[in-house]
Write a new protein. Structure first.
Length: 90
């Protein structure tokens, strides 16, 4: 666990908290910050974090609020409000 990993974890928490308070712009800011830290330090982006972030608009996704989650042919399909879909097997 490096300092960068800790910062990314912390930003994940902040993004989640901001989304809870409907502060979507702030959440997006934290997401972008975390991505930048990961890139600069060449750290892998944690899978759990990656999956709760829209790849197109960097929104922190909350199913039922700004994202739809559906199961399809052995995949989880998450649709962001911006229309971007991400899928992964379960
Ligand atoms: Zn989006």
């Amino acid at each position: 666990m490096t300092l960068a990993d800790e910062r990314i974890d912390r930003l994940h928490e902040l993004a989640r908290a901001a989304t809870k308070e409907c502060n979507d712009d702030r959440a997006r800011y934290y997401v972008r910050l975390a991505k930048r830290v990961a890139e600069r330090q060449r750290r892998p982006f944690p899978t759990a974090f990656e999956r709760s972030v829209c790849g197109a608009c960097d929104a922190y996704l909350r199913p039922g609020k700004n994202a739809r989650t559906r199961l399809q042919d052995g995949h989880v399909v998450v649709t962001c409000d911006c229309g971007n879909q991400s899928r992964y097997p379960y």
